[in-house]
Design a protein around this ligand. Structure first.
Ligand SMILES: *Cc1c(COP(=O)(O)O)cnc(C)c1O
Length: 813
């Protein structure tokens, strides 16, 4: 059964304008914004209270739609599309749905009641899906428009329909009953919802029960008042009435579950319901009664009921990790609800980039080829940037699309999960229940209550650009990512720098370089402090050693010979006054002897390090260092006959001595947002913000003391807040005892008393705040530069000392 112009013309007894041959549609739409609108859409222009879809005909024609059901034809479009004029578009939609439903003689359950309609419908779908090919209303499509749209989801393969009906006014249910044509009724609950449209409870009840006018049976909780108004038989359950078909003999709550014993046809059996709330137990009983009515045996019912789950009725956008927006639709995977979810996804305008994580799709009633052809079309209409397909069937069908990543199972996806692959995008997570996508949601959802170091990668970019602006365009930049990217994150920062196309990365130890290689970083990496014992690993991971002594050079050459290396890249460090590592003047000659005409290695660069580039009072010393470096370079290169890259400037060197940039510079602290002078610091953007929350607020009286050793005595009655961050996280004790502060709701809260290992306490007497409010421990204010000054150290020491137990969270816009 397809919806065609022929079917429509016959049903509505009118005809389309400018139209000759029969055309078939695969999508019925009433929403001008829907991404599914296309050349194969039939569009109903409905008129609402503050909305008239006729106004969007132009944009719909632009999207390719050319068949419309309208109440009038706007003059300017007369010959631009095919119009079928009706008196009332909504009525026409219902009439078509009625005719469509008539073409299928399937068992049909109609669900209504004041509460629990959607939950019962979803649960029945889950509970009965092993036995039937089910079509059901997507989400809570239960209105005068929602019901007809649900009906068009039926196809030849389905043998059970479950549709819910909701009304808000007298007269509405008749229309819905005519469309749904249920033969089994399920009545969930008679409550007080939507009372406004009705005179009294009885009138409302009578109206609702109209859904069941042609049913053979209605399943419900035993209720004589309701049953009196039914004109068919009933199948009932009850807690106390022994005349019910299914009687609850006992009910007991145990650890988040409810254990019930039931009596049915002289048998008694027990079932665990995985909920304790009264309404969930009642809805479960309605489902159990429905299954018994359909002849399912108690053991099977028990096992299926034990797997029931909480239904998320409405689609919601939640805050995700790395500034993502997350749409959690992890409990349903049918094609109808996929289309709804895709439209919801499109309405979220926060990010351009869209990702969908999608499982195998069940219950379509279609064969996989046909189904996934439709799915692919829907995904393409929705302009999804990235499709993560999880499941054997969907993987097989989608694997040839350009933007698809396939995983055979949720487990495999979880094993390979990397938080960094989700950034600044909207993610729709949609999967069948047995794929357990809730485990994916847990990883993608932002956890509110935790201490974290937020790293703004845009600020990092801006800082890099600032230093670039001080350099010639051709000067190469090595960015130092030692010590876990100065505490800001090793791999993530390196990945970002690779993206920004810096020339080199620098690390302190071989292990740091190996980590980056394992994470997939391919930029050249220089290792500043390679121990002889790490040379093997350095070669294995294609890292480039700094060679700073004759001893080290000899060992490396020996290994190079063993391994038959050819022109392996090395970097020669000259000591020009730092007196830390490097060849001194006297060692230059023997150095030349070893590398001259030696093809095992190639000197990639020759460099030195300034001891006081940040101190302009030491300018003479710095210039002397640079001179010594240049001399050494001249001597070495005239011997080896080629010209390695030269570099001597670190961050402050770039700031103060840019004229000595040579061919490369080594940028460190500056890119992380810290300058060594006020002037330099002003040019930079803040990269790292340490955020936490208020664990507890309490009030203390004058004279009470706070924290270890009673260093603070309250001078008056005070409110104080405890923050779960301490010196073990890297917040130094010297910052406590009223020297330092945090920011709460933009206000300074002084740290009172001694900073503990895992906590500190602040004065919030004059701050409007609550438990769980966000706390800025450092960032733009208080800045690490400010902190360093107060406690007598340098920003390097604080930022690299932030403990690894503080999670790093990266974002960019
Ligand atoms: C750490 C380091 C740098 C970077 O110094 P900053 O002051 O952070 O820019 C440059 N060169 C060497 C040898 C280093 O060890």
């Amino acid at each position: 059964m397809t919806i065609s112009t022929f079917f429509i013309e016959e049903t509505l007894n009118t005809s389309f304008s400018n139209h000759a041959e029969n055309v078939e549609f695969d999508h019925i739409s009433i929403d001008s914004r829907s991404l599914q609108n296309s050349a194969t859409t039939l569009f109903f222009c409905l008129k609402g209270q503050n909305h008239d879809a006729h106004e969007f005909i132009a944009s719909l024609i632009f999207k390719g739609v050319s068949y419309f059901i309208v109440e009038y034809i706007p003059a300017e479009f007369e010959d631009k599309a095919h119009f079928c004029v009706v008196q009332d578009s909504a009525k026409a939609l219902q009439k078509m749905a009625t005719a469509y439903k008539k073409a299928f003689s399937i068992e049909t359950i109609g669900v209504t009641g004041s509460n629990g309609k959607t939950i019962v419908k979803e649960w029945l779908n889950f509970l009965l899906s092993p036995d039937y090919a089910i079509v059901r209303s997507p989400k809570s499509y239960n209105s005068q428009v929602g019901v007809p749209l649900s009906i068009f989801g039926i196809n030849e393969k389905h043998n059970l329909g479950i549709f819910e009906a909701g009304i808000s006014e007298k007269g509405e249910m008749d229309a819905l009953a005519t469309i749904i044509q249920p033969n089994i009724g399920v009545f969930t609950h008679l409550g007080t919802a939507h009372d406004e449209g009705f005179q009294n409870t009885e009138q409302k009840l009578i109206e609702k029960l109209k859904l069941f006018k042609n049913c053979k049976v209605v399943i419900l909780e035993k209720n004589d008042f309701v049953e009196k108004h039914l004109n068919c038989s009933s199948f009932t359950w009850s807690f106390e009435n022994k005349n019910a078909d299914v009687v609850v003999l006992s009910k007991e709550k145990k650890e988040q579950k409810t254990h019930i014993t039931l009596k049915y046809q002289n048998n008694s059996f027990s079932i665990w319901i995985p909920f304790t709330e009264e309404s969930a137990v009642e809805n479960s009983l309605t489902c159990i009664a429905s299954m018994l009515y359909l002849g399912i045996i108690p053991e099977v019912i028990g096992s299926r009921i034990s797997q029931l789950y909480a239904v998320e009725i409405r689609l919601q956008a939640k805050k995700g990790i790395n500034n993502c927006l997350l749409i959690d639709d992890s409990f349903s995977s049918d094609y109808q609800s996929l289309k709804i979810a895709l439209d919801f996804l499109d309405q979220q305008k926060l990010h351009q980039k869209k990702t969908i994580i999608l499982s195998d799709i069940f219950q379509s009633g279609l064969d996989p080829k046909q189904l996934y052809t439709n799915v692919i079309k829907a995904l393409q209409n929705s302009k999804i940037d990235r499709i993560i397909a999880i499941g054997e069937t969907i993987s097989a069908q989608l694997k040839d699309l350009p933007n698809v990543f396939c995983f055979p199972s949720t487990l495999v996806f979880l094993q390979q999960f990397n938080t960094q692959s989700f950034q600044n995008e909207t993610i729709l997570v949609k999967g069948a229940r047995n794929f357990h996508f809730e485990e994916i949601i847990v990883l993608l959802e932002e956890k509110k209550h935790e201490t974290k170091l937020e790293i703004n990668l845009d600020a990092l970019t801006a800082n890099l650009n600032y230093y670039k602006s001080k350099l010639k365009p051709e000067t190469k930049i090595m960015v130092m990512v030692k010590a876990f990217g100065y505490g800001s994150g090793g791999y993530e920062i390196a990945k970002h720098l690779e993206h920004l196309k810096v020339a080199y990365l620098g690390v302190a130890f071989a292990d740091e370089g190996i980590e980056l290689r394992k994470a997939g970083i391919t930029l050249p990496i220089m290792v500043l402090n390679p121990e002889n014992s790490s040379f093997n690993a350095i070669i294995a991971y294609n890292l480039e050693p700094e060679i700073y002594s004759l001893n080290g050079l000899k060992s490396f050459l020996e290994l190079a010979k063993q391994k038959n290396l050819h022109q392996y890249p090395i970097h020669i460090k000259i000591d020009t006054g730092m007196h830390r590592l490097g060849f001194n003047t006297a060692e230059i000659e023997p150095l030349i002897q070893l590398i001259h005409q030696n093809n095992l290695v190639q000197v990639k660069s020759i460099f030195s390090h300034l001891a006081a580039s940040d101190d302009v009072n030491e300018k003479a010393f710095t210039l002397k260092q640079i001179e010594l470096f240049s001399d050494a370079y001249t001597i070495i290169t005239s011997a080896i006959q080629y010209k390695p890259t030269r570099h001597i400037l670190n961050t402050s060197g770039i700031f103060n001595y840019a004229e000595y940039q040579f061919e490369m510079v080594r940028l460190g602290i500056g890119i992380y947002g810290f300058g060594n002078s006020e002037e330099e610091y002003k040019q930079l953007e803040n990269v790292s913000t340490l955020k936490s929350i208020i664990s507890q607020i309490r009030s203390i009286d004058a004279g009470e003391s706070i924290s270890y050793n009673r260093k603070f005595i309250a001078p008056k009655k005070m409110n104080i807040a405890t923050i779960p961050v301490g010196y073990a996280d890297g917040i130094r004790r010297a910052w406590g005892n009223e020297k330092g502060y945090v920011l709460i709701n933009q206000q300074k809260a002084t740290i009172v008393g001694t900073i503990c290992m895992d906590m500190l306490i602040v004065d919030v007497t004059n701050i409007d705040c609550q438990e769980n409010d966000e706390v800025i421990v450092f960032g733009t204010q208080p800045s690490i530069v400010e902190m360093a000054k107060v406690i007598g150290t340098i920003p390097y020491e604080i930022i690299t000392g932030i403990s690894q137990r503080v999670p790093r969270v990266f974002y960019k816009n």
